[in-house]
Design a protein around this ligand. Structure first.
Ligand SMILES: C[S@@+](CC[C@H](N)C(=O)[O-])C[C@H]1O[C@@H](n2cnc3c(N)ncnc32)[C@H](O)[C@@H]1O
Length: 281
Protein backbone atom coordinates (compact mmCIF):
# COMPACT_ATOMS: atom_id res chain seq x y z
CA UNK A 1 0.00 0.00 0.00
CA UNK A 2 2.86 2.32 0.80
CA UNK A 3 3.74 2.77 -2.89
CA UNK A 4 0.38 4.29 -3.61
CA UNK A 5 0.35 6.53 -0.55
CA UNK A 6 1.72 6.39 2.97
CA UNK A 7 -0.94 7.65 5.40
CA UNK A 8 0.00 10.76 7.37
CA UNK A 9 -0.77 11.36 11.08
CA UNK A 10 -2.53 7.99 11.08
CA UNK A 11 -2.36 7.25 14.80
CA UNK A 12 -3.29 10.81 15.75
CA UNK A 13 -6.30 10.88 13.41
CA UNK A 14 -7.61 7.47 14.46
CA UNK A 15 -7.26 8.40 18.13
CA UNK A 16 -8.99 11.69 17.40
CA UNK A 17 -11.91 9.90 15.77
CA UNK A 18 -12.34 7.51 18.75
CA UNK A 19 -13.42 4.61 16.53
CA UNK A 20 -16.25 2.46 17.87
CA UNK A 21 -16.97 -1.07 16.70
CA UNK A 22 -19.94 -1.35 14.33
CA UNK A 23 -20.36 2.40 13.74
CA UNK A 24 -20.27 4.27 10.42
CA UNK A 25 -17.47 6.63 9.32
CA UNK A 26 -16.79 8.69 6.23
CA UNK A 27 -13.34 8.98 4.67
CA UNK A 28 -13.86 11.93 2.33
CA UNK A 29 -10.42 11.50 0.72
CA UNK A 30 -9.88 7.79 0.24
CA UNK A 31 -6.56 7.92 -1.67
CA UNK A 32 -4.74 4.63 -1.04
CA UNK A 33 -7.17 3.83 1.77
CA UNK A 34 -4.61 4.25 4.58
CA UNK A 35 -7.03 5.84 7.03
CA UNK A 36 -10.02 3.79 5.87
CA UNK A 37 -8.25 0.46 6.39
CA UNK A 38 -7.32 1.45 9.94
CA UNK A 39 -10.95 2.33 10.75
CA UNK A 40 -12.08 -1.00 9.25
CA UNK A 41 -9.51 -2.85 11.38
CA UNK A 42 -11.07 -1.33 14.49
CA UNK A 43 -14.52 -2.53 13.48
CA UNK A 44 -15.96 0.57 11.83
CA UNK A 45 -17.83 0.63 8.52
CA UNK A 46 -16.53 3.20 6.05
CA UNK A 47 -17.82 5.20 3.13
CA UNK A 48 -14.69 6.06 1.10
CA UNK A 49 -14.99 8.97 -1.32
CA UNK A 50 -12.51 10.11 -3.96
CA UNK A 51 -12.68 12.04 -7.24
CA UNK A 52 -9.78 10.09 -8.65
CA UNK A 53 -10.72 6.82 -10.33
CA UNK A 54 -7.18 5.46 -9.76
CA UNK A 55 -7.73 5.65 -5.98
CA UNK A 56 -11.00 3.73 -6.13
CA UNK A 57 -9.56 1.10 -8.47
CA UNK A 58 -6.53 0.65 -6.23
CA UNK A 59 -8.55 0.16 -3.04
CA UNK A 60 -11.12 -2.08 -4.77
CA UNK A 61 -8.39 -4.63 -5.42
CA UNK A 62 -8.24 -5.47 -1.70
CA UNK A 63 -11.97 -6.28 -1.70
CA UNK A 64 -12.35 -4.82 1.78
CA UNK A 65 -15.43 -5.79 3.75
CA UNK A 66 -17.53 -2.98 5.23
CA UNK A 67 -16.06 -0.41 2.85
CA UNK A 68 -18.46 1.34 0.48
CA UNK A 69 -16.72 3.20 -2.33
CA UNK A 70 -18.07 6.30 -4.03
CA UNK A 71 -16.55 8.36 -6.80
CA UNK A 72 -17.35 12.01 -6.32
CA UNK A 73 -16.22 15.37 -5.04
CA UNK A 74 -16.39 15.85 -1.29
CA UNK A 75 -18.05 19.21 -1.87
CA UNK A 76 -21.13 16.97 -2.44
CA UNK A 77 -20.51 14.94 0.72
CA UNK A 78 -24.09 15.49 1.87
CA UNK A 79 -25.60 13.94 -1.25
CA UNK A 80 -23.03 11.15 -1.51
CA UNK A 81 -23.57 10.20 2.14
CA UNK A 82 -27.35 10.13 1.90
CA UNK A 83 -27.24 8.14 -1.32
CA UNK A 84 -25.14 5.51 0.45
CA UNK A 85 -27.10 5.56 3.68
CA UNK A 86 -24.31 7.17 5.70
CA UNK A 87 -25.97 9.91 7.71
CA UNK A 88 -25.58 10.51 11.48
CA UNK A 89 -22.10 9.04 11.21
CA UNK A 90 -19.65 8.51 14.08
CA UNK A 91 -16.75 10.40 12.49
CA UNK A 92 -15.45 12.00 9.30
CA UNK A 93 -11.92 12.46 8.03
CA UNK A 94 -10.57 14.74 5.31
CA UNK A 95 -6.91 14.20 4.39
CA UNK A 96 -6.59 17.01 1.88
CA UNK A 97 -4.35 17.47 -1.13
CA UNK A 98 -2.83 14.95 -3.48
CA UNK A 99 -1.74 11.36 -2.92
CA UNK A 100 1.78 10.13 -3.58
CA UNK A 101 0.38 8.15 -6.48
CA UNK A 102 -0.85 11.35 -8.09
CA UNK A 103 2.46 13.13 -7.54
CA UNK A 104 4.60 10.21 -8.68
CA UNK A 105 2.70 9.37 -11.88
CA UNK A 106 4.24 11.66 -14.55
CA UNK A 107 1.08 11.35 -16.68
CA UNK A 108 -0.91 13.25 -14.03
CA UNK A 109 1.29 16.32 -14.37
CA UNK A 110 1.46 17.32 -10.69
CA UNK A 111 5.19 17.26 -10.23
CA UNK A 112 7.77 19.68 -11.53
CA UNK A 113 10.31 16.89 -11.12
CA UNK A 114 8.74 14.46 -13.61
CA UNK A 115 8.29 15.24 -17.28
CA UNK A 116 4.63 14.88 -18.22
CA UNK A 117 1.65 16.75 -19.65
CA UNK A 118 0.74 19.81 -17.58
CA UNK A 119 -2.53 18.25 -16.42
CA UNK A 120 -3.04 18.38 -12.59
CA UNK A 121 -6.65 17.20 -12.54
CA UNK A 122 -7.45 15.01 -9.54
CA UNK A 123 -10.75 14.17 -11.22
CA UNK A 124 -9.86 12.85 -14.67
CA UNK A 125 -13.25 14.02 -15.97
CA UNK A 126 -12.69 17.73 -15.30
CA UNK A 127 -12.65 19.85 -18.45
CA UNK A 128 -9.75 22.20 -17.76
CA UNK A 129 -6.13 21.18 -17.26
CA UNK A 130 -3.26 23.33 -16.02
CA UNK A 131 -1.94 23.65 -19.57
CA UNK A 132 -5.25 25.18 -20.66
CA UNK A 133 -4.89 27.84 -17.96
CA UNK A 134 -1.31 28.54 -18.97
CA UNK A 135 -2.48 28.88 -22.58
CA UNK A 136 -5.51 31.14 -22.17
CA UNK A 137 -5.11 33.30 -19.06
CA UNK A 138 -3.85 36.86 -19.44
CA UNK A 139 -0.68 38.06 -17.77
CA UNK A 140 -2.79 39.85 -15.17
CA UNK A 141 -4.85 36.76 -14.41
CA UNK A 142 -1.77 34.56 -14.08
CA UNK A 143 -0.21 37.14 -11.78
CA UNK A 144 -3.30 37.17 -9.58
CA UNK A 145 -3.44 33.38 -9.29
CA UNK A 146 0.28 33.03 -8.57
CA UNK A 147 0.12 35.78 -5.93
CA UNK A 148 -3.04 34.61 -4.23
CA UNK A 149 -2.70 30.85 -4.37
CA UNK A 150 1.06 30.43 -4.61
CA UNK A 151 2.03 33.37 -2.38
CA UNK A 152 4.81 33.90 -4.92
CA UNK A 153 6.51 37.29 -4.68
CA UNK A 154 7.89 37.10 -8.21
CA UNK A 155 4.44 36.39 -9.66
CA UNK A 156 4.53 39.29 -12.11
CA UNK A 157 7.95 38.43 -13.58
CA UNK A 158 6.94 34.79 -13.88
CA UNK A 159 3.63 35.65 -15.59
CA UNK A 160 5.51 37.89 -17.99
CA UNK A 161 8.00 35.13 -18.80
CA UNK A 162 5.14 32.67 -19.42
CA UNK A 163 3.35 35.01 -21.79
CA UNK A 164 6.57 35.64 -23.73
CA UNK A 165 7.48 31.96 -23.90
CA UNK A 166 4.02 30.83 -25.06
CA UNK A 167 4.08 33.32 -27.93
CA UNK A 168 7.08 31.42 -29.30
CA UNK A 169 6.04 27.83 -28.45
CA UNK A 170 3.11 26.30 -26.52
CA UNK A 171 3.85 25.41 -22.87
CA UNK A 172 2.50 21.90 -22.54
CA UNK A 173 4.62 19.90 -20.16
CA UNK A 174 5.62 20.12 -16.51
CA UNK A 175 9.26 20.60 -17.49
CA UNK A 176 8.40 23.33 -20.04
CA UNK A 177 6.76 25.32 -17.25
CA UNK A 178 9.23 24.44 -14.50
CA UNK A 179 12.13 25.67 -16.64
CA UNK A 180 10.52 29.06 -17.27
CA UNK A 181 9.51 29.54 -13.64
CA UNK A 182 12.76 28.29 -12.19
CA UNK A 183 14.73 30.80 -14.27
CA UNK A 184 12.80 33.62 -12.57
CA UNK A 185 12.47 32.46 -8.99
CA UNK A 186 14.83 29.55 -8.39
CA UNK A 187 11.92 27.21 -7.59
CA UNK A 188 8.60 26.25 -9.15
CA UNK A 189 6.73 24.66 -6.21
CA UNK A 190 4.56 27.69 -5.49
CA UNK A 191 3.44 28.12 -9.08
CA UNK A 192 2.56 24.43 -9.33
CA UNK A 193 0.60 24.71 -6.08
CA UNK A 194 -1.35 27.73 -7.38
CA UNK A 195 -2.29 25.99 -10.63
CA UNK A 196 -3.33 22.83 -8.82
CA UNK A 197 -5.60 24.79 -6.49
CA UNK A 198 -7.32 26.48 -9.44
CA UNK A 199 -7.63 23.40 -11.66
CA UNK A 200 -9.31 21.45 -8.86
CA UNK A 201 -11.03 24.41 -7.17
CA UNK A 202 -9.53 23.03 -3.99
CA UNK A 203 -10.16 25.83 -1.52
CA UNK A 204 -13.82 26.31 -2.41
CA UNK A 205 -14.40 22.56 -2.23
CA UNK A 206 -13.07 22.45 1.35
CA UNK A 207 -15.01 25.53 2.45
CA UNK A 208 -18.22 24.05 1.04
CA UNK A 209 -17.64 20.55 2.39
CA UNK A 210 -16.88 21.25 6.06
CA UNK A 211 -20.32 22.63 7.10
CA UNK A 212 -22.00 19.79 5.21
CA UNK A 213 -19.77 17.27 6.96
CA UNK A 214 -20.62 18.71 10.37
CA UNK A 215 -24.32 18.25 9.62
CA UNK A 216 -23.75 14.57 8.82
CA UNK A 217 -22.10 13.87 12.18
CA UNK A 218 -23.96 12.37 15.12
CA UNK A 219 -23.94 14.00 18.57
CA UNK A 220 -20.49 14.36 20.22
CA UNK A 221 -18.83 12.95 17.11
CA UNK A 222 -15.69 14.29 15.50
CA UNK A 223 -14.47 15.81 12.29
CA UNK A 224 -10.72 15.43 11.59
CA UNK A 225 -9.07 17.49 8.86
CA UNK A 226 -5.46 17.18 7.73
CA UNK A 227 -4.18 20.03 5.57
CA UNK A 228 -0.85 20.53 3.83
CA UNK A 229 -0.45 24.23 3.18
CA UNK A 230 -1.28 27.46 4.92
CA UNK A 231 -4.12 28.52 2.59
CA UNK A 232 -5.94 25.28 3.26
CA UNK A 233 -5.21 25.31 6.98
CA UNK A 234 -6.51 28.87 7.26
CA UNK A 235 -9.87 27.78 5.85
CA UNK A 236 -10.15 24.84 8.23
CA UNK A 237 -9.23 27.04 11.20
CA UNK A 238 -11.73 29.72 10.18
CA UNK A 239 -14.56 27.24 9.62
CA UNK A 240 -13.96 25.58 13.00
CA UNK A 241 -14.05 29.00 14.71
CA UNK A 242 -17.30 29.79 12.92
CA UNK A 243 -18.79 26.47 14.06
CA UNK A 244 -17.79 27.23 17.63
CA UNK A 245 -19.22 30.75 17.48
CA UNK A 246 -22.49 29.28 16.25
CA UNK A 247 -22.44 26.96 19.25
CA UNK A 248 -22.29 23.86 17.06
CA UNK A 249 -19.58 22.16 19.10
CA UNK A 250 -16.02 22.70 20.25
CA UNK A 251 -12.52 22.83 18.83
CA UNK A 252 -10.46 19.97 20.26
CA UNK A 253 -7.13 21.19 18.86
CA UNK A 254 -6.38 24.78 19.92
CA UNK A 255 -3.11 24.27 18.09
CA UNK A 256 -3.02 21.83 15.18
CA UNK A 257 -1.42 18.43 15.71
CA UNK A 258 1.72 18.02 13.61
CA UNK A 259 3.79 14.93 12.77
CA UNK A 260 6.56 13.78 15.08
CA UNK A 261 10.19 14.11 13.97
CA UNK A 262 10.17 10.33 13.58
CA UNK A 263 7.23 10.41 11.15
CA UNK A 264 8.82 13.22 9.12
CA UNK A 265 12.02 11.24 8.91
CA UNK A 266 10.17 8.15 7.68
CA UNK A 267 7.87 10.08 5.35
CA UNK A 268 9.11 13.47 4.23
CA UNK A 269 5.75 14.22 2.59
CA UNK A 270 4.19 14.44 6.06
CA UNK A 271 6.38 17.49 6.80
CA UNK A 272 3.77 20.19 6.35
CA UNK A 273 0.75 18.24 7.65
CA UNK A 274 -1.56 19.82 10.24
CA UNK A 275 -4.45 18.01 11.87
CA UNK A 276 -7.38 19.94 13.32
CA UNK A 277 -10.25 18.26 15.15
CA UNK A 278 -13.75 19.55 15.84
CA UNK A 279 -16.33 17.84 18.06
CA UNK A 280 -19.99 18.31 17.32
CA UNK A 281 -22.27 19.26 20.19
C1 LIG B 1 -3.70 12.90 0.65
S1 LIG B 1 -4.65 11.84 -0.32
C2 LIG B 1 -5.49 10.83 0.84
C3 LIG B 1 -4.67 9.69 1.31
C4 LIG B 1 -5.37 8.68 2.22
N1 LIG B 1 -5.82 9.29 3.45
C5 LIG B 1 -4.43 7.55 2.52
O1 LIG B 1 -3.89 7.51 3.65
O2 LIG B 1 -4.19 6.73 1.64
C6 LIG B 1 -5.93 12.87 -0.87
C7 LIG B 1 -6.96 12.20 -1.78
O3 LIG B 1 -8.10 13.05 -1.80
C8 LIG B 1 -8.61 13.14 -3.10
N2 LIG B 1 -9.30 14.41 -3.19
C9 LIG B 1 -8.77 15.64 -3.18
N3 LIG B 1 -9.73 16.57 -3.28
C10 LIG B 1 -10.91 15.91 -3.35
C11 LIG B 1 -12.26 16.32 -3.46
N4 LIG B 1 -12.59 17.61 -3.54
N5 LIG B 1 -13.22 15.36 -3.46
C12 LIG B 1 -12.89 14.05 -3.38
N6 LIG B 1 -11.62 13.60 -3.30
C13 LIG B 1 -10.64 14.52 -3.28
C14 LIG B 1 -7.40 13.02 -4.00
O4 LIG B 1 -7.78 12.54 -5.26
C15 LIG B 1 -6.51 12.06 -3.22
O5 LIG B 1 -6.70 10.75 -3.65
Amino acid sequence: MSNFHKPVLLKETIEGLRIENGRKYIDATLGGGGHSFEILKLGGAVLGIDVDKDALEFVKRFKPENLTLARGNFRDIDKIALLNNFDKVAGIIFDLGVSSHQIDDPARGFSFQNEGPLDMRMDQELGVRALDLIKILTKGELNEIFTKFGEEIRAWEISDAIVRARSVKPIETTKDLAKIVFAKSGQSKKIFQALRIIVNDELNAVAEALPKALKLLGESKRLCVISFHSLEDRIVKKKFLEFEEKNMGRIITDKPIIPTAEEIEKNSRSRSAKLRIFEKK
